[in-house]
Design a binder for this molecule. Structure first.
Ligand code: NAD
Length: 262
């Protein structure tokens, strides 16, 4: 069966909002136990409780800043203590910071790379260690972007981080193969989550155009049909990849973008 995650243990970072929450919900609907990892424990707990109540799966909420090695380790240890294994990692937590290169504050550059790139490294390392130790194999799914394969103005740190993640996913594929661990990058186009809603007025101001123009030309201009990708589109692709039965797709990027970057 495609997309079979029943009884798997899936840890999803940034799972209290947007795409991460959509993926956590989709996985729970399909019988996966879910670890909701996010910055704010109260919000993560509310998400985890809602999922177990609605779908009857076991859930765990962990407070995890993915850029903190200690917090990542503590979150994976809590996962193993509760479930004894981790089968799927969805490294999804992320932020956006927009500024031209010549005005980009170094501290903000480092913060963005710390969350997207270092956070993915830290969570992948900790999960792969357990997948190998427990001989369970596993699936590592990393949230890239169309900015993993192309650039936009004012998003240099994000573009650099997302390109780096494409390479990292290929490295996971190579090193994971002997242990039955596969990896994939999901590269969404624009999805109307809080991360994107915040960018619309910011980009309008920075580019001196209206918010409607940002949506029509900057976000959807390169799609084939002028449509946003949805949270459900991304969650369905994550489910398909997490539940894919063989490693035939390992290392591959899936563009989910209404044609952007094809
Ligand atoms: P969102 O803002 O709705 O959710 C991001 C979540 O990540 C939040 O719950 C936030 O608390 C969490 N988070 C932020 N920093 C964290 C940290 N240091 N440690 C742990 N959690 C942290 O955003 P979203 O749109 O759902 O974005 C999720 C991922 O999808 C990001 O990696 C983003 O780059 C990527 N993405 C989004 C789009 C889009 O159009 N929305 C497109 C391509 C890629």
């Amino acid at each position: 069966m495609l997309g079979n995650v029943k009884d798997k243990v899936s840890l999803i970072t940034g799972a209290a909002s947007g795409l991460g929450k959509g993926i956590a919900t989709k996985f729970a609907q399909n019988g996966s136990h879910v670890v909701v990892a996010d910055l704010d424990l109260t919000i993560a707990k509310a998400t985890a409780d809602e999922l177990s109540k609605q779908y009857g799966v076991s859930t765990l909420a962990v407070q995890m800043d993915v850029s903190s090695e200690e917090q990542v380790q503590a979150g994976i240890d809590a996962t193993i203590a509760k479930f004894g294994r981790v089968d799927v990692l969805v490294s999804n937590a992320g932020i956006q910071i927009i500024a031209p290169i010549v005005e980009f504050e170094f501290a903000k550059w480092k913060k963005l790379l710390d969350i997207h790139l270092n956070g993915t490294f830290l969570t992948t390392k900790a999960c792969m260690q357990k997948m190998i130790e427990k001989k369970t194999g596993g699936r590592v799914i990393v949230m890239g972007s169309i900015h993993s394969i192309e650039a936009s103005v004012d998003k240099s740190a994000y573009v650099a981080a997302k390109h780096a993640l494409l390479g990292f996913v290929r490295s996971i594929a190579k090193e994971g193969a002997p242990h039955n661990i596969s990896s994939n990058l999901i590269a969404p186009g624009f999805v109307r989550t809080p991360l994107v809603e915040k960018q619309i007025p910011e980009q309008a101001k920075s580019l001196g155009i209206s918010e409607d123009e940002v949506v029509k030309h900057i976000m959807l201009g390169d799609t084939v049909d002028g449509q946003f990708t949805t949270v459900d589109d991304i969650a369905n692709v994550a489910l398909f990849l997490a539940g894919f039965e063989t490693n035939a797709l390992t290392g591959q990027t899936m563009l989910v973008s209404h044609g952007i970057g094809m």
